[in-house]
Design a binder for this molecule. Sequence first.
Ligand code: MN
Length: 233
Amino acid sequence: MTTPRYVIAAPQQASLPIVGKEQRFPVHRIYCVGRNFAAHSVEMGHDPDKEPPFFFQKSPTTLITDGGALTYPTATQDVHHEVELVVALAKGGDNIPVEQALAHVYGYAVGLDMTRRDIQAEMKKKGRPWDTAKNFEGAAPCGAIRQAAEIGHPNHEKIWLKINGELKQEGYLDQMIWKVPEVIAQLSRLFRLQPGDLIMTGTPSGVGPVSVGDTLEGGVEGVGTLTTYITER
Ligand code: MN
């Protein structure tokens, strides 16, 4: 008998479905942009002119696909939804020029940057990392990817989120402080971007709490929708 390569079962490759394709999109890293819509920045108590967007990450293991259930996480009483346009990269690189950034994009999806807001507030106060607020099990619901080759590059479309059919968040992609090419260029100065990277590009205003039993439906016009169910832990 041959010796298995690994001493324990190897973790599975995280991936997302692609609309109209049998093949899936393998996910390398998930980057997120903070405070990229002025109105959301204001609702969180910040001055959008003085505070440019910044970045954090979620683990690919936190992905939930369309129609999946998010088990209400532990250690929190205040889990918030943040609907976001997700960019999927086909090509990576360092120091990608803004003008060449969109040529690195494979496609787009609708995602939710789920957040333990109570923990985040505490971490902000203490000047500690946001990891426990942003990177928990199920923190990154994400819909199927639409190929840029089919839909182009969304840049002004409506983005929205409903809970149990009631509209909670609504904005337009042209309200983003940093547009997708700028986000890719900036990120590539800090990290070596790789094929398979996802970028959650920031949420419009209207974030708020979710409850067990809720159905969340997010959408970006021209990209698609994402449904996530909140279930008991
Ligand atoms: Mn966010």
